[in-house]
Design a protein around this ligand. Structure first.
Ligand code: DGY
Length: 324
């Protein structure tokens, strides 16, 4: 059985695939394949272990021979899952293993933004560490503030744990369903979206990108937040409107923003957000630790192996494929 992988993945995953006797082809050039190139590479293969590729209806129909698609990510917004289900292609993802690392990134962005850390670092590089002024370079403190979580799932709960433990923050959240574990453990309180927006000192986004969450944080929403609020997004850049965020920061509607995800990605080097004192931006490194990326590669490999054996994927995005 043959597997195609369009980027180099950690050895932990490669080892499992090879031990399972699979013939693995890896695209090692440091550029993304075009859709047609990806289709061409998938011809004659039984499985695709996909990293960051857009798998739309056209791709899926051209590659409907694939027995399994395993994503090297928890997010699956770049896959037309409905079409994959229609074509009976099981799609797997990597939930759970990246929650702690991604929450660490959200926490890092919150703290860095509250103390303007990235901006200060750049000032030193520009030779601007000079005269000491007691009223300059001031940040804001987080102790006892309210953390609002938009999407309190695994990653959001990890972020809430960190904020509760470090700063005794009150936790409010907006979800479709109650998160009883977080309510019991952290005293998290489920609120309406309006209350979340109005009452959060730090509003952190941990929801999936769907047609419903796309562009939710726009100028109108930012204008209803507290002027001292910090907006954090480590989920998907398309959940906030970047132009509106810029305007909200310029007009002082909110205090700061920490982004691990942007729209588009990569962010252009001349983006004005990068020069703002109260903004911290990272290049989508939420899950980028040795341990987490190893664990993701292992889960993706296990999905491939199960799929090629005709077994149910251990982490399946579209369980409907198993219905008659
Ligand atoms: C994920 O797993 O969805 C991360 O955002 C990496 O893309």
């Amino acid at each position: 059985m043959k597997v195609f992988i369009p980027r180099i993945i950690p050895e932990a995953g490669m080892k499992l695939l090879k031990e399972a006797g699979l013939e693995v082809t890896v695209w090692t050039e440091k550029r993304a394949l075009s859709k047609q190139e990806l289709i061409d590479h998938c011809m004659g293969k039984d499985a695709l272990l996909s990293v960051s590729s857009r798998l739309d209806a056209a791709f899926l129909n051209a590659c409907k021979h694939l027995k399994v698609i395993a994503l090297h990510s928890v997010g699956y917004d770049n896959v037309d899952v409905e079409e994959a289900t229609k074509l009976k292609i099981p799609v797997g993802n990597t939930p759970g293993v990246l929650s702690a690392a991604t929450a660490d990134t959200a926490f890092l962005l919150m703290l860095a933004t509250s103390r303007k850390a990235f901006y200060m670092h750049k000032q030193i590089q520009k030779g601007k560490w000079g005269f000491f002024e007691p009223t300059a370079n001031l940040g804001i403190e987080l102790y006892g503030k309210t953390l609002g979580v938009y999407g309190l799932g695994k990653i959001g709960t990890e972020m809430a744990r960190r904020c509760k433990g470090a700063y005794h923050m009150d936790i409010i959240y907006h979800n479709r369903h109650h998160n009883e574990e977080a309510e019991n453990e952290l005293g998290a309180v489920k609120v309406s979206f309006d209350e979340l927006v109005k009452n959060s000192d730090v509003l952190t986004v941990h929801t999936a990108l769907t047609p419903k969450t796309k562009g939710v944080f726009d100028y109108h929403i930012f204008s209803r937040m507290k002027p001292e609020a910090i907006f954090i997004n480590t989920a998907r850049g398309a959940i906030h409107n970047e132009e509106d965020l810029k305007r909200a920061l310029e007009e002082g509607l909110i205090w700061g923003a920490g982004l691990d995800v942007t729209n588009p990605e990569p962010m252009h080097a001349d983006n004005p957000l990068l020069d703002m004192p109260n903004v911290s931006v990272l290049p989508h490194i939420g899950s980028a630790t040795v341990q987490t990326r190893d664990a993701m590669a292992v889960l993706a490999a296990k999905n491939i192996i199960a799929g090629l054996k005709g077994q149910r994927l251990p982490n399946i995005v579209n369980p409907e494929v198993y219905e008659n």
